[in-house]
Design a protein around this ligand. Structure first.
Ligand SMILES: Nc1ncnc2c1ncn2[C@@H]1O[C@H](COP(=O)(O)OP(=O)(O)OP(=O)(O)O)[C@@H](O)[C@H]1O
Ligand SMILES: [Mg+2]
Length: 229
């Protein structure tokens, strides 16, 4: 869950990025966040993940108060989130299996649990036949599916994907969105940032539009005709 109340962000160099953002995402929702370049989408994501601090306002994410989050609590908080990036961010020298298993070792899971869970999530994303491949032996869509497997392996309550299909062709993009939809149907909250209007309109989901740091629309079922982003 996300609650942002009157959130503003002015970057350290004086650039205003967000003003008066009020945002409520409940557990189990699937939400698209759309808007033109530089409208503030990634800034919202970074505030939600506590990568950057807001300038003013209040925020609660998965029960953690962003305004009072101690640095000692940040790792525990981050484990409630799975983050997926446009450029995949896989480890080039590790196999598909190892890229995903690594995320579980990092949180101290026992080896037997790791094996079972990694196999399960790789099957879920349809890559159980590519366990031993290295990232550069995969297509872009397959790499993104590894990144999604890694993001969900520790069972986060929410997945946040910032332009997850930015480097993929339209068919692959639909596949990735369908996979995120499937993950959402299993109970995980999903927030997807995207530029791709046509892609969003293929899915009948809640769509939040941001422009120049403000939310200008929040509706379910795609864009309206008069919105141009
Ligand atoms: N670290 C930073 N320091 C200063 N200004 C920044 C920083 N990061 C982003 N900005 C500025 O904040 C505004 C919002 O940027 P943001 O990255 O949130 O946009 P975006 O909607 O994600 O754009 P895109 O679709 O291109 O990824 C822009 O004007 C940008 O130049
Ligand atoms: Mg961005």
């Amino acid at each position: 869950m996300v609650r942002l109340l009157d959130v503003c962000k002015v970057y350290e160099n004086g650039t205003p990025a967000l003003s008066g953002i009020n945002l409520k995402i409940d557990d189990g929702e699937f939400v698209f966040l759309v808007g033109s370049s530089a409208s503030g989408k990634s800034t919202i994501v970074k505030i939600i993940t506590s990568e950057i601090a807001m300038t003013s306002g209040r925020g609660i994410v998965n029960g953690y108060n962003l305004n009072r989050l101690k640095s000692s609590k940040v790792p525990e908080f981050r484990r409630t989130l799975g983050v997926v990036f446009q450029d995949f961010r896989l480890i080039d020298k590790k196999t598909v299996y190892e890229n995903v298993a690594f995320a579980m070792r990092a949180v101290g899971a026992p080896p037997r649990v790791i094996k079972k869970r990694v196999m399960y999530v790789l099957e879920l994303v349809g890559l159980d036949h590519k366990l031993k491949c290295l990232p550069d032996e995969l297509s872009g869509g397959e790499r993104q599916r590894v990144a999604i497997a890694r993001a969900i392996v520790n069972n986060p309550s929410m997945i946040i994907a910032d332009e997850p299909t930015g480097n993929l062709d339209p068919r692959m993009s639909v596949e990735i969105m369908s996979l995120l939809e499937k993950i959402n149907e299993c109970g995980t909250t999903v927030l997807v940032v995207t530029h791709e209007k046509e892609l969003v309109n293929e899915f009948s989901k809640r769509v939040i539009t941001i422009d120049e740091g403000r939310i200008i629309s929040d509706r379910t079922g795609g864009y309206s005709q008069d919105e141009t982003i």
